[in-house]
Design a protein around this ligand. Structure first.
Ligand code: NAD
Length: 435
């Protein structure tokens, strides 16, 4: 089928590339000229395992194209996916201006029937506003359908997740929309993947409810980690024991420094706001946010307690991305932690396998802030190593070599990536979360 994708960010680009891999013909519309230029050369502006190869293959086979305005691409397809950003707006509400602008542009330029599919994460009943906008701005009497099809991929494994979904949810108002979406997702339906057909409002709610639930699970285990520290118990063992219960499950029970990224923080906030507007006090989620914030602060305090004074100490930071296998640093805990250590005038050496370029835009290289070109050199003469993201490269490093290169053998690990006994044997002073 022919499909137009508006917005070629993390979700839009992965959706477009994976759809083209499934033999659909895709037009990506992206208004950021810099992104379009690199994409046309087959170079994704984001890092996702497997994405670059897949994009290159489909560009060569001429199944994926790029354009920079909706006007230019409006005639390409009858089905248009909205993959634009829905960032946090004023008072924590979702800022839907990109959704509104794209809907308005579609209405102004469409000459015939279009199905508009919301893939962006939006508050419940946004589809009603999209419908209204299409009607208001459409010049002729053109028919539009609006459907919801939230995206559940995880950054860092986005291509894999898109191709192997736990479920595909579509929210439709009529048979015509359902038929079109079934055709698009035919490969997954035939493969036997869960394909849930519901109303647009339910579909929109499923996305916000899922993300908020996962954030809550993370805050829950972080709270337990605080208890573990008080009584000398190991949070990993507690999580393993809990996770064996099928009703609970082990995933999202890793204690750390809380959730970050471009989704959980803003989606939890938006969900609290939606509830508030409907007269409901979502105290459970407010507490989730509070615990998340405190967990970051607790970690900063931990660093200060361990080092006593961080001024002029050589501190190496491993991991700037908000999670492994991505270069995304939006709402990453590293931003707060680097900022705080910088404020205390520590000498910082930063290292991340993929996110350093993005990080330099916020924290340019300076006298007290250097970026290392490789993992081993980053710890030369360090007084302490602080680990903020659980990249495999960190877990698999030769710790004996690290020990040799550091001035003091202190590791402060926010992601519990090493075995306690192993580190003790190597004579490290090792601090982690909830252990
Ligand atoms: P993003 O900011 O990386 O990408 C959005 C893109 O849309 C940008 O490149 C922007 O330039 C472009 N854009 C905006 N308006 C446009 C217009 N009128 N015409 C053409 N291009 C336009 O955002 P993202 O991370 O891909 O997220 C997109 C949506 O998907 C959000 O609602 C987000 O909550 C949701 N989501 C994100 C993830 C994730 O892991 N990133 C996962 C699931 C859902």
């Amino acid at each position: 089928m022919r499909i137009t994708i508006i917005g070629s960010g993390y979700v839009g680009l992965v959706t477009a590339t994976c759809f083209s891999e499934l033999r659909h013909e895709i037009l990506c519309i992206e208004k950021d000229q810099k992104k379009i230029e690199v994409l046309k050369q087959g170079k994704p502006h984001i890092y996702e395992p497997g994405l670059e190869e897949m994009l290159a293959r489909n560009l060569i086979e001429k199944r994926i194209f790029f354009a920079s305005s909706i006007e230019e691409g409006i005639d390409f397809a009858d089905v248009i996916f909205l993959c634009v950003g829905t960032p946090q707006g004023e008072d924590g509400k979702a800022d839907l201006s990109q959704i509104e602008e794209a809907s308005r542009q579609i209405a102004l330029h469409s000459k015939d029937y279009k199905l508009i599919v919301e893939k962006s994460t939006v508050p419940v009943n946004t589809f009603q506003w999209v419908k209204k906008t299409l009607k208001r701005y459409s010049r002729k009497n053109i028919e539009f359908d609006v459907a919801s099809n939230p995206e559940f991929l995880r950054e860092g494994s986005a291509v894999y997740d898109f191709m192997n979904p736990d479920r595909i949810v579509i929210g439709v108002e009529n048979e015509r929309s359902e038929k079109l979406l079934r055709k698009i997702y035919d490969y997954f339906i035939k493969k036997g993947d869960n394909f849930l057909v519901t109303t647009p409002a339910v579909s929109e709610l499923i996305k916000h409810a899922s993300n908020s639930f996962l954030a809550m699970k993370i805050s829950y285990i972080n709270m337990i980690s605080e208890l573990c520290e008080k009584v000398g118990a190991d949070i990993n063992m507690v999580a393993d024991g809990m996770g064996l219960d099928k009703r609970i499950g082990r995933s999202f029970l890793n204690a750390g420094i809380g959730y970050g990224g471009s989704c959980f923080p803003k989606d939890v906030k938006a969900f609290i706001k939606i509830a508030e507007e409907l007269g409901i006090d979502f105290g459970l989620l407010k507490e989730t946010e509070k615990i998340n914030k405190r967990q970051r602060l607790r970690f900063i305090e931990k660093i200060e307690d361990i080092l006593w004074i961080s001024k002029e100490k050589n501190i190496t930071i491993w991991g700037l991305a908000f999670k492994p296998n991505t270069n995304d640093i939006r709402e990453a805990p590293s931003i707060d932690i680097v900022s705080e250590l910088n404020r205390h005038k520590a000498n910082l050496v930063l290292y991340d396998p993929k996110a350093m370029e993005n990080f330099k835009e916020i924290f340019p290289e300076s006298q007290n802030m250097k970026y290392a070109s490789n993992l081993l050199d980053s710890v030369n003469d360090a007084d302490a190593l602080v680990i903020l993201t659980e990249w495999d490269e960190f877990a698999n490093v030769d710790l004996k070599e690290i020990r040799k290169r550091m001035r003091l053998p202190i590791i402060i690990d926010a992601r519990n990536i090493y075995d306690l006994k192993g580190l003790k044997k190597l004579d490290f002073e090792y601090y982690s979360i909830g252990r």
